[in-house]
Design a protein around this ligand. Structure first.
Ligand code: BTN
Length: 270
């Protein structure tokens, strides 16, 4: 297992601010929960934008939609990042887009693989002719009194060196970089490169340059027949995913030709 302690990571970082406040935990409940709690009580001076909480093992790792996120100790990248964007709330989804793109760029630079994205937050690799999920993002925001985003916790979980027999049995079939390439990948190199891409992407977005076109281009969901379950509703919509909008919402045309806008939820490729 490669080392991800402060002493191993900090000397390798190439970023200006992302990850410079770096906190390693050998084991924790959930890095999202811990960072969310810390950011609620600590000042921006103590816990600045760009702070990272990273662990080798989570015993209460969380996925989206109240799912669990399971990963054997030392096999994965499990971390959460703190952002303090002064953005309107609908722009929060840009962070998922940026992070997904940063993962895709990093993995493609470090391996000869092609990474695709599945709406809304899954990062996918091809294995034995099908797209399988090797990572996901969990975005949790806090609004300020001014109606703008005050802080966002972005959790990233990547199956790096998870052996095939330890892959979790989940709704979207899972894989790992090890399972696809057959060789272990340095989590340290992956983390350092990923943080650099993410910092660059964030700064561009903060400058008003949207990650949406690049993100949409990588979505395998578009043009596919889907069953879309919206958070808070019980009847799924069946139709074809036709596009996404600037804020990452999925547009699904149902079999009667009616267009539905899905803001949050899940899709199954049919
Ligand atoms: C998903 O695909 O449903 C999102 C997965 C997010 C998992 C990461 S692992 C680090 C961080 N801490 C958590 O409890 N969850 C996120």
């Amino acid at each position: 297992m490669d080392e991800l302690r402060e002493t191993a990571v900090l000397p390798q970082l190439t970023t200006k601010w992302l990850g410079r406040s770096y906190h390693y935990f050998p084991e924790i409940g959930s890095t999202n929960d811990a960072l969310k709690d810390a950011a609620a009580v600590q000042s921006p001076q103590k816990l600045p934008a760009g702070a990272v909480f990273l662990t080798d093992y989570q015993h209460q790792g969380r996925g989206r939609l109240t799912r669990r996120w399971l990963a054997a100790a030392g096999t994965s990248l499990l971390f959460s990042l703190l952002f303090r964007p002064d953005w309107p709330p609908e722009q929060a989804q840009w962070l998922t887009m940026l992070a997904s793109l940063a993962v895709a760029q990093t993995v493609e630079e470090m391996t000869n693989l092609t990474v695709a994205l599945k709406w809304p937050n899954d990062v996918m690799l091809q294995q034995a002719g099908e797209w399988r999920k090797f990572g996901g993002m969990l975005l949790e925001g806090v609004m300020g009194d001014n109606g703008r985003l005050q802080r966002i916790i972005l959790g990233i979980g990547l199956n790096v060196n998870l052996p095939p027999q330890q892959l979790p049995e989940v709704i979207t079939p899972a894989t790992s970089l090890l399972a696809v390439t057959g060789t272990a990948v340095s989590r340290l190199d992956l983390l350092v490169n990923l943080l650099q891409h993410l910092e660059t992407g964030y700064e561009r977005a903060d400058d008003g340059r949207s990650p949406h076109p690049a993100w949409q281009k990588r979505l395998i969901t578009l043009g596919q027949p889907v069953k879309a379950s919206q958070t808070g509703t019980t009847t799924p919509i069946r139709g074809t995913a036709v596009a996404t909008d600037e804020w990452g919402r999925l547009l699904v045309r149902d079999n009667q030709g009616k267009l539905h806008t899905i803001a949050a939820g899940d899709v199954t490729l049919r």
